[in-house]
Design a protein around this ligand. Structure first.
Ligand code: GZL
Length: 318
């Protein structure tokens, strides 16, 4: 009898592949950007919940927003022989080398929340992201409506070289190009952080007649928008009125700011990027189902009209 059990366990291990635990649990390595924003923290929290729900052993590394740390983490996951690798690529370029190593090790790679530029898209299995060009377009169109197509705008860009920063800028500029009296007069990166957004907004205010010449700030994420709100208040101006505030992510603090009259709009970004990737990995591993190359998450505009109710609903999610 004992011999049979050993034979079955051995067969199970061989069937599931050397990487899986005896219980058939998949092991996934997640090279996470860091913890630069409220949204990023929510993405990590959601990934852990989805891992438990999907019986996945998820190993998360925090790269502190450095690409070399993400690449090191990916190499470590390859050495461990994990069943899948998730990467939230802090910047869009410089990934082909490590992706080639993962491919040679026959480990599927999923990109989460950011895209990459690569000469060979077969180097990754799928990307789970929003349409970041659409996000920029949506918030640009919304601001045009708020300002009757006339506004001197300052822009807080995300991390230099990241796909959301490149694409949100592109989408926003496309939207306002239709309105000659809407102009971006200053634009600089706040690196997706509250402190970065605050510091850059302080410099914009100083440069623009103590903020009196600024109609609106477009922040590539809510955390920089919240930093800008602090800078606007410290300059003695009213955010949401003297200077309009629009951004992207949909974190609870931005809904709170809108409910308090300090901000004017945000486009929601789902923090659940790991869930769809896990489902696709499981399907790939169990019946070789190839996922779509781009698994797109929805983008929804939220305004002060529903902010309090949305804040009450979301504050426990983050
Ligand atoms: C966008 C995501 C961005 C968020 C920021 O898909 O990569 O990174 O908008 C985060 O909050 O820093």
């Amino acid at each position: 009898m004992k011999l049979n059990r050993i034979a079955v366990a051995a067969a199970l291990t061989v069937t599931l592949g050397a990487n899986a635990h005896a219980a058939g649990q998949l092991v996934v390595g997640f090279a996470q950007v860091g913890s630069e924003s409220g949204w990023r923290a929510a993405e990590t929290k959601t990934a852990k919940i989805r891992a438990t729900q999907n019986n996945i052993d998820l190993k998360i590394s925090d790269a502190q927003q450095k690409q070399e740390n993400e690449i090191k983490a990916a190499r470590s996951f390859i050495a461990q022989g994990v069943d899948g690798i998730f990467i939230a690529p802090v910047v869009a370029t410089g990934w082909d080398g490590v992706l080639r190593e993962a491919k040679e090790a026959n480990i599927p790679v999923f990109l989460l929340d950011r895209q990459i530029e690569t000469s060979d898209p077969s180097l990754y299995t799928a990307a789970v992201t929003s349409d970041t060009i659409l996000e920029g377009h949506m918030i640009g169109d919304y601001l045009a409506g708020l300002t009757h197509d006339k506004c001197r705008i300052v822009e807080l860009q995300g991390t230099v070289g990241s796909s959301p920063a490149i694409n949100r800028k592109k989408g926003f500029e496309e939207a306002i190009a239709a309105h000659p009296d809407m102009k971006i007069v200053r634009s600089q990166s706040g690196d997706f952080t509250r402190s970065g957004g605050k510091q850059v907004m302080e410099s914009f205010i100083k440069a623009e007649n103590n903020g009196h010449d600024i109609c609106a700030v477009f922040a590539h994420n809510d955390d920089m928008g919240i930093g800008a709100i602090q800078a606007i208040k410290e300059a003695g101006l009213k955010p949401g009125k003297d200077i309009l505030v629009v951004s992207i992510d949909g974190v609870p603090d931005m809904f709170k700011a809108m409910a308090d009259g300090d901000a004017n709009g945000t486009v929601e970004l789902s923090p659940d990027m790991a869930g769809p990737a896990m489902k696709a990995l499981i399907a790939l591993k169990t019946d070789k189902t190839q996922p779509a190359k781009w698994i797109k998450t929805p983008s929804t505009l939220f305004t002060p009209a529903t902010a309090q109710a949305e804040y009450d609903r979301r504050k426990s999610m983050y």
